[in-house]
Design a protein around this ligand. Structure first.
Ligand SMILES: [Zn+2]
Length: 80
């Protein structure tokens, strides 16, 4: 399983306040690389922390840095 990387300098989830994590999405089976995802570690369609139909609290990027920059920008826009 891809491991989650915590980065204390990232803004937390604007909906539930959980600390954001960055995850490298790759397949250990065929080594396919799906890029990076950064955002709320609690979010799922059926979780109890986010209202149904809310925007997905995560961002993606081809690199760790890109995903984290996209997350920072997404949270900034969210909080405006
Ligand atoms: Zn959240």
């Amino acid at each position: 399983m891809p491991s989650e990387i915590r980065n204390p300098s990232l803004p937390p989830c604007p909906i539930c306040g959980a600390a954001a994590v960055t995850v490298h999405m790759y397949s250990t089976y065929d080594r396919a690389d799906f890029g990076w995802r950064c955002g709320c570690p609690r979010y799922s369609i059926t979780d109890k922390h986010h209202p149904p139909g809310c925007k997905v609290p995560e961002a993606q990027g081809l690199t760790k840095e890109a995903a984290e920059e996209n997350w920072i920008e997404k949270v900034r826009v969210w909080n405006e």
